[in-house]
Design a protein around this ligand. Structure first.
Ligand SMILES: Cc1ncc(COP(=O)(O)O)c(C=O)c1O
Length: 421
């Protein structure tokens, strides 16, 4: 008898402990910031999933970037991470930079047409057919591609292809060589390859070598000592610069372009001497959630997805074997259910706090289920806010960007389009 009560006591204790381990309630209402943003969206008669940029937060991020670069490096704007011409224009004005990095042929055409003063560096090597399409589709006159467009070449074979295209089109082209400084995503991996490429470029009457691009995001991403990885990447960069200088002698370009960096790493060069003279960054200016990194702690969030709530249920039901009740019994953050207009973006719920998708119900691009606690008082037509995990693809999915400024939506910025205009 005594033994039985000990066992029962133990079981009750175990269950009690289990109950204490239940997830804590996280729900709440929108903060005053998101309340004000909701009012601004309503006043602008917005009614569908919308990408919002907070202009002030964007400009504060630009200032943070400028403070770190401190004039030590030129700044190149990563256009794929800020994929809208008016957005790029704001960043160009605020930074005083006309240097852009592009990754997609139709967008190169758009940028060359809209910003004839731009200096464009490709961020990845393009199939030579894409380069040919750029020249075929480019109708503007002022942008001088022979001096303002730097194709990125990664292998001797690609140099040969671009040389043939330059001959076919009778055009001069700038050639920037991609270096592998540790990322191992292609680019020059040894001296022989580099010299073969330089030789081919030198022999070509129409190609001109303009510099290097060596991207090193692995420095902060791989586990271990980031400073050690940075120094290794820079040693490799310096080595290739030395090899090319020796090979080219007087033909080493006077205004050589030596590009490195990206949002995750750019603050690692605040001090010290490095072999490059220009740094790229884009994402840190809008700060999607993949960029919540210690190395970007002083950048603020400047972009959200806003989407209307369509339906609210004061419980959770899962079709089939309904374990919804069990889920909400265990987890107070699954007490209520909301269905939103659209969903399944590369994004995470941000406000109200404590919302999450339901792994048993799954995702929907049409009406996404979100669960939250009884402290979340959203009603149909209220707004839910999410943070994109990345900007480059997500920003393109919502039509015009709504620009939030001083409590209202001040502008609508079209995003890049696939269609030649
Ligand atoms: C070549 C290159 N440079 C720089 C960047 C940095 O872009 P962001 O600052 O948006 O991360 C990228 C991003 O993919 C890249 O591919």
């Amino acid at each position: 008898m005594k033994r039985r009560s000990v066992l029962l006591g133990g079981l009750a204790g175990f269950l009690g402990l289990g109950w204490l381990l239940r997830p804590k309630e996280l729900g709440g209402d929108h903060s005053p910031y998101f309340e004000a943003l909701s009012r601004a969206l309503d006043s602008d008669a917005l009614s569908k999933p919308t990408l919002v940029i907070d202009r002030q937060a964007l400009l504060e991020n630009v200032e943070t970037l400028r403070k770190h670069l401190a004039g030590r490096f030129d700044y190149r704007i990563v256009a794929k991470s800020l994929p809208s011409l008016p957005l790029l224009e704001v960043v160009m004005q605020a930074t005083g930079s006309n240097r852009l990095m592009l990754f997609h042929q139709p967008f190169i055409n758009e940028v060359a047409k809209r910003f004839p003063q731009a200096d464009i560096l490709l961020g990845k090597p393009m199939p030579v057919a894409a380069a040919k399409n750029f020249y075929r589709e480019y109708k503007g006159r002022t942008f001088n591609s022979a001096k303002q467009l730097r194709w990125l070449l990664d292998t001797p074979e690609r140099v040969a292809q671009y040389d043939a295209l330059a001959t076919e089109l009778d055009r001069e082209m700038l050639a920037c060589i991609e270096l592998d400084v540790g990322l191992h995503r292609g680019g020059v991996q040894n001296d022989r390859q580099l010299i073969t490429m330089l030789e081919k470029i030198q022999r070509s009457p129409q190609l001109t070598f303009c510099g290097f691009m060596g991207y090193e995001p692995h420095v902060t991403k791989v586990p271990g000592d980031a400073v050690k990885y940075r120094d290794r990447a820079m040693a490799s960069y310096s080595h290739y610069v030395a090899v090319a200088k020796e090979f080219l002698g007087d033909a080493w370009p006077q205004n050589v372009l030596l590009n490195a960096g990206g949002s995750p790493t750019y603050q690692m060069y605040n001090e010290g001497d490095y072999p490059f003279n220009e740094m790229s960054a884009g994402s840190c200016l809008v700060k999607p959630s993949d960029f919540d990194l210690p190395s970007l702690a002083d950048h603020g969030v400047a972009s959200y997805i806003a989407t209307p709530v369509l339906k609210r249920l004061d419980n959770l039901e899962i079709p089939g074997i309904d374990v919804g009740g069990l889920q909400s019994w265990w987890n107070p953050n699954r007490a209520r259910t909301f269905f939103t207009y659209g969903g399944f973006w590369k994004a995470k719920p941000e406000s109200p706090p404590g919302l999450s998708t339901n792994p048993l119900f799954g995702h929907s691009s049409n009406q996404e289920m979100l669960n939250g606690s009884r402290n979340i008082n959203l009603q149909p037509d209220d707004w839910v806010f999410l943070r994109p995990t990345q900007s480059e693809f997500v920003f393109l999915q919502f039509g015009d960007i709504a620009v939030y400024e001083n409590g209202s939506i001040s502008q609508h910025w079209p995003v890049f389009s696939e269609q030649a205009s």
